[in-house]
Write a protein that binds this ligand. Structure first.
Ligand code: AMP
Ligand code: TRP
Length: 335
């Protein structure tokens, strides 16, 4: 990987919760793949972050198999270990030290204000008193991930923007206190940074079971699409649809870009029904993902491949991490 001709350095991570869904792909992974040409890229399976969801032995024992499934999706989508560093967060332990250091300069008020934190409290039915210390510090660890590698650009979905805002605040504070050390990381969004789930209610997510797996079979994909909620006002075939409120239509934009104008016209004039419309979407998804799914199967048959890529990636990441942490210790006067 050469630095000279590149625009900058990218870092991004995903929590290993198993196979990815269409939202992960359209909202983030697409960019991971495309940006490899222009940037130096580092991609990380953030297993320590995954512990915030997994407070039992049963749950933590799923993390390693989940890393494997997720990394297969990355590779099948086109993340290339020849171009990018691909590694597991806990394999480069400098991040935990940097997280500890940053936590000394991060006011609690900043963390309590993060909208994703408040939302998580509601989801867990927890309060500031019962929630784990680690969950409060989730975005501090995320900041440590990014700045340990001095990344300036972070490709993520829209839901991660508040975390990046906080990362920039922490960086500004560190640079102010100890001298310019880290670039302020900027988010990079795709054209579709928020993919709505099949329920049409909230963002596509595994925990809400409103998703389609990237690696699903064509049959499963079709079955799930056929159950998707469309415009709730369209009760009869003769009712004109409202594509702007329909999540099936939103997915057409990505999976059937050349048919999208025609579908819009047919839906609003009630010349196509929701069933036929969904069949078109299922076909669009299956056609577009066919190569990726085949590649995934091929990669899965290569024993030891993922493990080897991750080992190699950790060695490369660690060289950068050691250098940054050495510099941080010097700046703090601790070296
Ligand atoms: P997660 O699985 O929540 O760790 O997300 C991994 C990446 O996918 C992050 O960059 C998220 O912002 C992105 N992502 C997750 N769900 C969606 C969605 N429904 N729409 C767009 N991006 C998403
Ligand atoms: N918080 C991110 C998510 O839930 C995962 C993540 C951890 C991350 N560290 C990161 C993303 C660093 C970008 C950069 O999806």
């Amino acid at each position: 990987m050469t630095t000279n001709a590149k625009k900058g350095r990218i870092f991004s991570g995903m929590r290993p919760s198993g196979r990815l869904h269409l939202g992960n792909h359209i909202g983030a992974l697409q960019n991971w793949v495309n940006l490899q040409q222009e940037y130096e890229c580092i991609y990380c399976a953030v297993d320590i972050h995954a512990l915030t969801d997994s407070a039992s032995k049963d749950a933590t024992s799923q993390i390693k198999p989940n890393i494997y499934e997720m990394v297969l999706d990355w590779l099948a989508a086109g993340v290339d270990p020849e171009k990018s560093i691909i590694f597991v967060q806990s394999h480069v332990r400098e991040v935990v030290i940097l997280h500890g250091i940053l936590s000394m300069f991060t006011p609690m008020g900043w963390l309590m204000r993060v909208p994703t934190f408040k939302e998580k409290l509601r989801q867990l039915d927890a309060t500031e008193h019962t929630v784990s210390y680690g969950l409060v510090g989730y975005p501090v660890l995320m900041t440590a991930d990014i700045i340990l590698y001095k990344a300036d650009t972070v490709p993520v979905g829209e839901d991660q923007l508040p975390h990046l805002e906080l990362a920039r605040e922490i960086v500004r504070r560190f640079n102010h206190l100890f001298g310019p050390t880290f670039p302020e990381p900027k988010a990079k969004l795709t054209t579709y940074p928020l993919v709505v789930g099949l329920d049409g209610q909230s963002k596509m997510s595994k925990s809400l079971d409103n998703h389609i797996e990237l690696a699903a079979s064509p049959e499963d994909t079709t079955k799930k699409v056929m159950k998707a909620v469309t415009d709730p006002n369209r009760k009869f075939l003769s009712d004109p649809g409202r594509p702007e409120v329909c999540n099936v239509f939103a997915l057409h934009k990505y999976f059937n870009p050349d048919k999208v104008d025609q579908i819009h016209q047919q839906c609003t004039s009630a010349s196509i029904g929701c069933v036929q419309d969904k069949q078109l979407l299922a076909k669009g998804i299956n056609d577009k993902l066919n190569d990726l799914r085949e590649r995934r199967q091929e990669l899965a048959s290569k024993k030891g491949l993922v493990e080897e890529i991750l080992m190699d990636g950790a060695a490369k990441a660690q060289t950068i991490a050691r250098e940054t942490l050495g510099q941080v210790m010097e700046r703090l006067g601790l070296a």
